[in-house]
Design a protein around this ligand. Structure first.
Ligand code: ADE
Ligand code: ZN
Length: 335
């Protein structure tokens, strides 16, 4: 099964580039920029990665991102992630980045995006991996701050495909960002949002009805409401599920209790993703492997998950079909 997962062509649809920041690279960049981090070794960093909820994690995640200063830093970060994609047979990835985590510290928007884009271009040339960007607003900040970020993104509009919403969910419902999403959608960005990770089903309702998202990031708590589940299925909206993130942040106590199999059985379009792999103990393939073992998923179910990753990506239809044909051939030869 491990080999089947390793060689399976796949897409990653839920990945925060700041969450792919591995401790080794964090040390290297902190030295290069002469910025202190409150850890003496990689081991100390790893030991600190024990979380009891989303906010616990976010506090450490924003601290790590502080060492990122130059275009070269954002390039190194993104290229390291795309190299890992290549190692795992990820063919395409839709990368979230949080501009406000950096602009709030005085790092210009263009430094962030230019570094990321350079790595995207190099990885496509070297590995044939395609990628697109999801510019995520921090929901603990105001809608006004999100509007400012939207404005700053305009000179780079052709480099960004989607807008997203992340950070502290409870107390910051999707409706808080109604106007900025409306504007972003008019501009041509595709709306997605984190919803139902720690927030209840009503946050997911708001994400689909008010923000009109085309994909839901996490969405676990949608299962609280059968009417909502039926609506998500009817509107053909996929969920980007992140099993190891869910256990690390105590959204799910144990992988054996993960609702993924139930989601598949109900007809929800589910995909498997790593969220913040440097913090949650595994890249996308590890997420497939661990959840497969915990829930005893069949090769057919794994195939469905990979199929969903292509189908619910924002690739054009012809490219999707090409990948789906390749995936079907792979499955038929290896099932
Ligand atoms: N930012 C990075 N990872 C996140 C997550 N899992 N939920 C909300 N915001 C995030
Ligand atoms: Zn996330």
């Amino acid at each position: 099964m491990k080999k089947f997962i390793q060689n399976l062509p796949k897409v990653e649809l839920h990945l925060h580039i700041e969450g792919s920041f591995e401790p080794e690279l964090m040390f290297k960049i902190s030295k290069r920029n002469n910025i202190e981090i409150p850890f003496k070794s990689v081991k100390e960093i790893e030991d600190a990665y024990q979380f009891s909820c989303l906010q616990d994690f976010l506090d450490i995640y924003y601290q790590g991102a502080n060492v990122l200063q130059t275009e070269e830093d954002f390039f190194d970060l993104t290229y390291a992630y795309l190299t890992k994609c290549n190692d795992q047979n990820v063919r395409h990835t839709e990368i979230m980045f949080d501009p406000q985590t950096h602009t709030e510290r005085g790092i210009p928007f263009k430094t962030v995006i230019n570094g990321i884009v350079k790595a995207q271009v190099k990885a496509e040339k070297e590995f044939g991996i395609t990628s697109l960007l999801i510019m995520s607003f921090l929901r603990h900040l105001s809608e006004e701050a999100a509007f400012k970020t939207l404005e700053e993104s305009l000179p780079f509009k052709n480099k960004i495909t989607c807008v997203g919403l992340d950070s502290s969910e409870k107390g910051n419902p999707p409706s808080k960002f109604k106007n900025v999403y409306q504007k972003a959608t008019e501009i041509g960005y595709i709306p997605v949002a984190h919803a139902g990770e720690e927030g209840d089903a009503d946050y997911v309702w708001e994400a689909i009805d008010i923000l009109k998202v085309k994909r839901i990031d996490h969405g676990n708590n949608a299962l609280q409401d059968d009417k909502l589940v039926a609506e998500i299925i009817k509107r053909d909206i996929a969920l980007t599920v992140c099993p190891l993130s869910n256990t690390a942040l105590k959204v799910v106590e144990d992988l054996k209790d993960h609702p993924l199999k139930k989601m598949l059985k109900t007809g929800l379009k589910v995909t498997i993703n790593s969220d913040d792999p440097a913090f949650f103990g595994g890249q996308v393939n590890k997420n497939y492997e661990e959840v497969q073992k915990a829930l005893n998923l069949t090769k057919e179910e794994i195939y469905t998950l990979a199929k969903n990753s292509f189908k619910y990506s924002f690739l054009d239809d012809a490219t999707k079909q090409k990948y789906l044909n390749e995936l079907e051939t792979y499955y038929n030869q290896n099932k």
